[in-house]
Write a protein that binds this ligand. Sequence first.
Ligand SMILES: *[C@@H]1O[C@H](CO)[C@@H](O)[C@H](O)[C@H]1NC(C)=O
Ligand SMILES: *[C@@H]1O[C@H](CO)[C@@H](O)[C@H](O)[C@H]1NC(C)=O
Ligand SMILES: *[C@@H]1O[C@H](CO)[C@@H](O)[C@H](O)[C@H]1NC(C)=O
Ligand SMILES: *[C@@H]1O[C@H](CO)[C@@H](O)[C@H](O)[C@H]1NC(C)=O
Ligand SMILES: [Zn+2]
Length: 507
Amino acid sequence: MRLQLETLTTAALLLGEAGAIQLPLFQSRPKTQAHLTADRELVSSSAYQGQVKADNLLKRAKELYKIAELGEPEYNHPTRVIGSKGHIGTVDYIYSTIAQLGDYYTITNQSFPAVTGNVFESRLVLGHDVPVSATPMGLTPATENKKPVFAPIVAVSNYGCEESDFPSDVKGAIAFISRGTCPFGTKSELAGKAGAVAAVVYNNEKGSLSGTLGTPTPNHVATWGISDEDASPVLKHLKADEKVDGIAYMNAMVETIQTTNIIAQTTEGDPQNCVMLGGHSDSVTEGPGINDDGSGTLTLLELATLLTQYRVNNCVRFAWWAGEEEGLLGSDYYVSVLTREENLKIRLFMDYDMLASPNFAYQVYNATNAVNPVGSEQLRDLYTEFYADHGLNYTYIPFDGRSDYDAFIRHGIPGGGIATGAEGIKTPEEQKMFGGKAGEWYDPCYHQACDTVSNLNLTAWEWNTKLVAHSVATYARSFEGFPERKKDSVGALAVKEYKYHGPRLVL
Ligand SMILES: *[C@@H]1O[C@H](CO)[C@@H](O)[C@H](O)[C@H]1NC(C)=O
Ligand SMILES: *[C@@H]1O[C@H](CO)[C@@H](O)[C@H](O)[C@H]1NC(C)=O
Ligand SMILES: *[C@@H]1O[C@H](CO)[C@@H](O)[C@H](O)[C@H]1NC(C)=O
Ligand SMILES: *[C@@H]1O[C@H](CO)[C@@H](O)[C@H](O)[C@H]1NC(C)=O
Ligand SMILES: [Zn+2]
């Protein structure tokens, strides 16, 4: 590193030895920093990757678990769910880590309103039966006055996606609606408009049904999901014009709180051409979320720290989203308030959510140009080439709205990402490809209290962090060969409705 004499002297005076020059110096001396940065070498994938060490990631994971413990007094176990002390601690940790890097980044706190729901108690009776599969939908409101209601059950025609599907006797009744065609939230809303006191959505495929109503509307009514199996005796009676009564009881609360996205953008690099990447800072209520998405969060934090040793040609923008687990709230908000000019500056968005699952597979989102903004596929291929070059196997997984890339691709911004698996089951073939255990979840602690430091595979985490470094270095150097954003591409793409919006089913 070549330093200007004046700078060197100041640094030596302040720190005692030139070799230990630290960034705090730059905070008060932006001009000096510009000189220094110009002397740094341009980021290269191999040098940047070479600095990624599993031990450093593990150290951060232990710190993050301590932060999750701040949520314990209120929740009886460690958690980093939005609104908890564990999440506030996480946001503080991210902010202060970046702030310590001086003027290399411009940091923004982006506060936004987030809806959270809590079901305290619920009961559903259909005829004489208590359906074992009955699951309150996420963000469901309570039944009136949080009291049980006794009411007839009335079948809704088709999929309950049109007002005309709701017969007039739904008024005062429990609406019984098939899953399909439109989101659960739409069905609940139309049921409420038709005067129903509650709604039950039954599965149109095998198994139980657990989903979320999504953004609350004034007409939502208390809503459950049940399995096809639990629905079939009720449907039989209703089809035979026999009366079936039910009891619906939901004691639940939906409230709006403020939470915060953290965005850090390099002060250098072409601000008209940004490479953006993100992970989510929050966990579910049930656990500390060290793999989901502590792993992605800390990979970004570690790489943001290492990047300060280099110069970049293009701007690099890191994001730590809040409210992902409640339905991609932070990333949705961020993209929704971008002006057209700001939208066009983002050349691509890379999603890093769950990089260290204990029973991992190297999964690459199958983001093709055919059905996503052009450039998504170039990014997909960058990932697969990396795995192939290192003799590692990979699989493609659906790019279907389950994480924070969703808002970006809906607004014309190319996107993609990698993951290591959540509640999916490893196949025997994948066991040959990745090791681990076939027949078990990729992450057996997904969304549970056991998503702790011991729920990380460090081999997978280190490789994936190197791959994230590779993705950042590649685009921070150059977008040559990467498709230009088209001026008319902002929100121009009609992305089809996905079954997921975040980790929970919406459709
Ligand atoms: C941004 O958030 C961090 C972390 O909570 C906090 O320490 C900091 O004061 C906030 N900064 C601004 C400008 O609001
Ligand atoms: C990837 O997505 C495309 C559609 O965009 C599809 O044709 C292809 O079969 C998918 N590949 C895999 C392996 O899922
Ligand atoms: C990749 O998968 C094949 C089986 O399809 C397996 O034989 C090979 O060992 C795997 N490679 C690695 C590095 O795990
Ligand atoms: C991580 O995965 C690799 C490859 O499957 C395995 O060899 C290693 O034992 C795992 N490490 C941990 C800590 O689970
Ligand atoms: Zn996640």
